[in-house]
Design a protein around this ligand. Structure first.
Ligand SMILES: N=C(N)NC[C@@H](O)CC(=O)C(=O)O
Length: 373
């Protein structure tokens, strides 16, 4: 029986060497032909990276990645975009920066539990912001009283819900009026073209203080050779560069070069191929499980590389245990509901950035477990 006090990443670590690991949201699908050609050139890329000025490599990698995803107004200039080993490292730097001037953060609910864990870890108090008031109605209700920052994952994990350009502008306006930092985690935006409007243009136009955390690690199966990007407004008024320097000097120029080449390949058709690949994986899950009594899919409109499965009256912990016995690893949704865990007790999350054969096999095992429950 899994203990309810494990976090989602501890469950993902358990799954790492399993054949049927549909737990973590990292990219573990096969490489495309275009991506394989990049990997075949790694030795050349390594030598080039060793000879070029790091600032040039970093600028090119950032530009290629941001423009792939429609982010043409991302901040350029001194330190405005910091490269980190992972988006979670960027998250830790943001948390340490925020707590110098705030004691509370409004955080989207539900979302991946390492975000509330990192924020609580530096002593910040969290106020849940439910998806409905975040996306609809009076935007002032998306910015709880007394917080120094509102933190929104968009597209959200695990729901896939995307903050629209109009809604981003409305929430940013409230944040500006109240001098509240608006922070976005856009790690999953690569999967959903509805998240490819220029967020930076909207944020800059609002005049609010803002931070955006980007992640290359969810898109491409580069064995976690990735960067998390920490972009922030010039008027942020937080010691972000100083705290960054406490934690790292910079990321590998080799990884920056890899990101540039994978982003170029994505811009030349690779990204739309990836969207089709994930959509087919989602169709496999829904096809295999769709007629199981009590099962439903709470995020019909989601395009990100994970899919929630509602188990009806069945407990996700019980089902997780049965899958574990079969060496199949999904994620219980309990921990995503960091403010009200019980609301996640009847659903699982399936990772879709996997070979379709693995997704099908895992879904078939889950189907057998559910029919026997
Ligand atoms: N630092 C942590 N905990 N990394 C795990 C995180 O990347 C997994 C994730 O985001 C997902 O499975 O959705």
């Amino acid at each position: 029986m899994i203990s309810s006090n494990v976090n989602l990443t501890e469950l993902e670590i358990l799954a790492l060497d399993s054949e049927l690991n549909v737990a973590d949201g990292h990219a573990r699908q096969e490489l495309s032909d275009g991506q394989q050609r990049i990997i075949d050139e790694l030795s050349t890329l390594f030598q080039k990276a060793a000879m070029q000025p790091i600032a040039d490599l970093e600028r090119t990698a950032h530009r290629t990645f941001f423009q792939l995803l429609g982010q043409h107004r991302y901040p350029v200039g001194d330190n405005a975009v910091l490269s980190c080993y992972a988006s979670s490292v960027a998250m830790e730097i943001l948390a340490r920066s925020l707590v110098t001037t705030s004691d509370a953060v409004g955080l989207v609910h539900p979302t991946f539990d390492n975000i509330p864990d990192i924020l609580r870890g530096v002593g910040l108090r969290l106020v849940p912001v439910e998806e409905e008031p975040l996306h609809t109605g009076d935007p002032a209700l998306a910015v709880p009283e007394g917080v120094g920052c509102v933190f929104i994952t968009t597209p959200n994990n695990p729901t896939g819900r995307v903050l629209s350009a109009r809604r981003l502008a409305e929430v940013a306006e409230v944040c500006r009026e109240r001098d509240v930092v608006l922070a976005l985690d856009t790690s999953f935006r690569g999967f959903d073209t509805r998240a490819h409007y220029d967020h930076y243009a909207v944020l800059e136009a609002s005049g609010c203080r803002w931070v955006v955390i980007e992640d290359t690690g969810k898109l491409w199966a580069t064995l976690d050779l990735k960067v998390g990007l920490l972009a922030y407004s010039r008027n942020i008024g937080l010691p972000i560069p100083k705290i960054y320097s406490d934690i790292l000097l910079g990321v590998s120029p080799f990884i920056l070069t890899l990101v540039e080449h994978f982003a170029e390949d994505a811009a030349n058709g690779g990204l739309s191929d990836l969207h089709a690949f994930i959509a087919e994986g989602r169709a496999i899950v829904r096809g295999v499980l769709g007629d199981v009594p009590g099962v439903s899919f709470p995020d019909p409109d989601s395009r990100v590389s994970v899919e929630r499965v509602d188990l009806g009256h069945l407990s996700c912990d019980d089902i997780w245990d049965e899958l574990h016995k079969r060496q199949v690893y999904a994620l219980p949704c309990t921990q995503f509901h960091w403010a009200e865990p019980a609301r996640g007790d009847r659903s699982l999350r399936i990772a879709l950035a996997r070979p379709h054969s693995s997704i099908r096999a895992a879904a078939e095992e889950l189907r057998a477990v559910l029919l026997a429950a």
